[in-house]
Design a protein. Structure first.
Length: 594
């Protein structure tokens, strides 16, 4: 936890943030991105920032708007960083700004929004209109102490959001929530990423019996516990009980399809059968002891509690009110209590038991022959780490691996370069989920050197975008304003990758039989690959206006995308002869095949 004077001396979470030199360039948004990476678990902070940051001089109080890859969750965030080191609360007016932000994002006049926010609003509204969104989270992230004043303002923003959603999307059932993430919450989040068990208390469960299993590194006791015990634990510790869970209890949405609502209804309606209807819970403990009294009464005393599997069951039962709890009298939940002394095994217990840290499609692809070959090829390349679907530990989201080429970004760059920007931006998960799409993007002949070629292009575009948006609006030339409007549109990065990929023969000045064979002639680091593309991207940006019409509706209008790329190609072809140097330099260092 932070010291009383607000310094970070005893705050490992804040110290971890301050050690992230890759976030320095984001200024006041650095802390916001650090928290987002912890909570959302993405690998590539630069790509996330490029697509999600909306902060600017006229941002309508929206610093960040992110729509999850599966289009089920929206995160709207406001950030604040104080230079003070004395104790104190964050300004409540910054939290009240989320009222303004919600109104503009969900119902504001699109023509009155700045470029960076207009694309976000369009994406959010399209997702809502499509019935995809299930959650809207409002965050206020700062480096001060949490307060009741801020909490009150955030709750008012939730009311505002709920009112707009019910008015405009009456058929939707969206769970709107808010959270203030100041110094203490940041430390809790950080500890949860690093320490599986935050609740160190002792607790004694009355149990009907059970059995134990043991191995060298672990032991486990299998039994059933009363719902009343879980409810009592929840009342004291709330979401800290679920420290091994990547995500907290999701809340109860009153719809038949919501698992948490169903858990409560089952516990109330059939308490005697609940133990066999529910999957049960897995609890990490520091120690346990099973005792049987002379009269046959059995207890299980535990020290330290962390629910690693069954967080939704725990939260749903814990949130039963007094009347509902009466209806669940006698109900039990199957439970296994696990003690582990091997940190590597402990990490795997968290990984494989955590139902919220679900098995991703990339996990299944990690054993794919193509991914295995690509990992080996990247091993021989300088400063390039590619995991090919193999996920690391729970701290990956807060410890930057500077040489990492994230799986998602690699997949997006390949899809976009080979003519599918919509797939890259809107359907990234399908690249890994769908066999046909996966085989198309990661074809048997794709090489690590070709991946670096496409990846370098996407990252070069992100750098040019960041440079453009860093120019104050009042200081931008007319051309820079047009370019900023384009790069601010959601999905524009991938559209430009697709356009340059489609124009590769014009760029290189030679016929290209198969774009999948393109690679650099000389060995390059990812940073050098980006640098090789930058001059071409800077020239190409002059024709971004030709691509702008295709960014409407987030690249989903395929005919419009095709027409825009054709128009872009014509303009690029016209300028190739007039300004050949950037193109010739790239061509001189490009080859088709090994």
């Amino acid at each position: 936890m932070a010291d009383q004077d607000g310094t970070a001396d005893d705050a490992p979470g804040y110290a971890a943030f301050e050690s992230r030199d890759d976030l320095e360039k984001y200024g006041d948004n650095a802390l916001l991105l650090f928290v987002a990476q912890m909570r959302l678990g993405f690998d590539d902070v630069d790509t996330f920032a490029s697509n999600s940051l909306t902060d600017g001089s006229n941002d309508k109080k929206c610093d960040l708007v992110a729509v999850s890859a599966d289009k089920q969750r929206i995160v709207l965030a406001q950030g604040y960083v104080s230079g003070k080191t004395t104790a104190g609360e964050a300004p409540a007016n910054k939290a009240s700004d989320l009222n303004t932000a919600v109104s503009w994002l969900l119902d504001g006049d699109l023509d009155g929004l700045p470029e960076t926010l207009r694309g976000a609003a369009e994406e959010v509204r399209d997702a809502l209109a499509g019935g995809e969104i299930r959650e809207l989270q409002l965050w206020y992230v700062h480096n001060r102490n949490e307060s009741n004043n801020v909490d009150d303002e955030l709750k008012q923003a939730v009311k505002t959001a709920n009112g707009i959603l019910k008015s405009l999307y009456s058929d939707l059932d969206v769970d709107v929530s808010c959270v203030e993430i100041g110094r203490s919450v940041l430390e809790d989040e950080y500890q949860r990423m690093n320490a599986p068990i935050l609740v160190a208390d002792e607790y004694v469960f009355e149990v009907p019996g059970g059995f134990e299993m043991q191995e060298d590194d672990w032991s486990a006791f299998f039994t059933a516990v009363e719902v009343a015990d879980l409810r009592a634990l929840w009342a004291t510790h709330k979401t800290k009980l679920m420290s091994p869970n990547i995500r907290d209890y999701l809340g109860v949405v009153r719809s038949s399809g919501n698992i948490n609502f169903g858990i409560k209804e089952t516990a109330k309606g059939q308490p005697d059968n609940f133990a066999i209807f529910n999957n049960g819970i897995t609890v990490l403990v520091n120690k346990y002891e099973h005792k049987v009294a002379d009269d046959g009464f059995q207890t299980l005393a535990v020290e330290g509690i962390g629910v690693v599997n069954g967080g939704q069951t725990t939260g749903a039962l814990g949130s039963l009110d007094a009347t509902e709890a009466t209806a669940t009298a006698g109900a039990r939940v199957m439970a296994r209590f696990v003690k582990c002394t091997n940190t590597a095994v402990l990490s795997d217990i968290v990984k494989y038991n955590n139902t919220q840290n679900k098995v991703e499609a990339t996990d299944f692809r990690s054993k794919d022959a193509v991914q295995d070959r690509l990992r080996k090829e990247f091993d021989g390349m300088p400063e390039a780490d590619y995991r090919g679907g193999r996920r690391g530990g729970t701290t990956d989201a807060i410890q930057r691996v500077k040489t990492l080429l994230p799986d998602s970004t690699v997949a997006q760059s390949l899809a976009a370069f080979h003519g599918e920007p919509n797939l890259a931006y809107n359907e990234t998960r399908s690249i890994w989920d769908n066999d046909a799409i996966y085989s198309r993007v990661f074809r048997d002949t794709v090489t690590a050197k070709h991946i670096l070629y496409a990846y370098g292009l996407l990252k070069a575009i992100e750098q040019v975008k960041a440079k453009l948006l860093a120019i104050p609006e009042a200081s931008r030339t007319e051309a820079q304003k047009r370019h900023a409007a384009f790069v601010s549109a959601r999905g524009s990065n991938y559209l430009l990758v697709a356009a340059l990929g489609a124009c590769i023969e014009t760029i290189l000045g030679v016929a290209v039989a198969d774009r999948h064979n393109l690679q650099f002639k000389t060995s390059k680091t990812p940073a050098q690959a980006i640098a090789a593309w930058l001059p071409v991207v800077e020239v190409a940006m002059a024709f971004s206006g030709q691509l702008a019409p295709a960014t409407d509706r987030g690249l989903k209008a395929q005919d419009r995308v095709k027409k825009a790329i054709e128009d872009f190609g014509s303009m690029l072809e016209a300028t190739r002869s007039a300004n050949p140097a950037p193109f010739d330099d790239l061509a001189a260092d490009t080859q088709s095949g090994a």
